[in-house]
Design a protein around this ligand. Sequence first.
Ligand SMILES: NC(=O)c1ccc[n+]([C@@H]2O[C@H](COP(=O)([O-])OP(=O)(O)OC[C@H]3O[C@@H](n4cnc5c(N)ncnc54)[C@H](O)[C@@H]3O)[C@@H](O)[C@H]2O)c1
Length: 282
Amino acid sequence: MEIHRVGVVGLGTMGAGIAQVSVQSGHETVGREISDELNDRAHSTIDRYLTRAVEKGRMTQADKDASIGRLTLTTSLEELADCGLVIEAIVEELEPKRELFAELERICPPDAILATNTSALSVSKIAEATKRPERVIGMHFFNPALVLPLVEIVRTEKSSDEALDAAYAWAERAGKKPVRCNDTPGFIVNRILIPLLNDCVRVLDEAGVSPEDLDKAMTNGAGWPMGPCALVDLVGIDIHVHASEALHQALGEDRMAPPKRLLDMQHEGKLGRKTGEGFFTY
Ligand SMILES: NC(=O)c1ccc[n+]([C@@H]2O[C@H](COP(=O)([O-])OP(=O)(O)OC[C@H]3O[C@@H](n4cnc5c(N)ncnc54)[C@H](O)[C@@H]3O)[C@@H](O)[C@H]2O)c1
């Protein structure tokens, strides 16, 4: 199944990046936000990144113009009516996602693939809101979506092989490195990384080590490309805590619960890079 037109619903941190990946790889793309202001914000974010790519010599002006020309933004979900693939990247809450998927099923062609970018919710529970769960899969991009190549292609018990294969092929054409996995809490990377980062934070107090030295230890002793404290600051303390709580709730292992130190930081509004202060100051 060849996908020509792609819909992206929710153009925040992840959706704007996914829409850019899609237009850059030659796909007509319709993005949907809930207001014209949010559409304008997404458009200028994408335009700014494309302009930077031209300035750095990674893209020609003609390619930039063609990419931005493939992007249509709307507040009306009906405009996704002829999309062969829709990727949802709205708020990380089950009910709004289920409502959206039920609407998408009504609007989109019967063979459209409906994909969720959820990090921690059950793809199966989202699929159950539709009458064609075989067309519903997970496509979990990583932040920043434009830069990180991995896309976890998540299969529920009901997802069809044909939908999974078409999404996998689309991700490859978009220049990504897709990997297939089951619909289990945290999928692959977060299932491993979240408890590991929580261990790192606990070691700060247990071993009496500073964030600078912990990052120095893991980059120089374990070959990590980035230290764990710098990584949690980049992800955002609130996002990491939320994902830890979801994983802990789903799997019940103590290591998955967010460490007190992170909960204190969240309470104090020290959320990492986005607030200018986390383990480090920015
Ligand atoms: N931020 C990350 O690091 C990251 C990484 C991977 C996956 N995710 C997942 O991606 C999804 C989006 O996360 P984000 O960080 O981009 O969130 P975000 O808050 O930056 O963006 C969400 C956007 O969705 C919009 N929205 C809400 N309801 C909508 C609707 N019905 N139709 C259209 N737009 C709607 C909001 O206005 C907002 O702009 C979540 O499910 C999240 O778990 C996030």
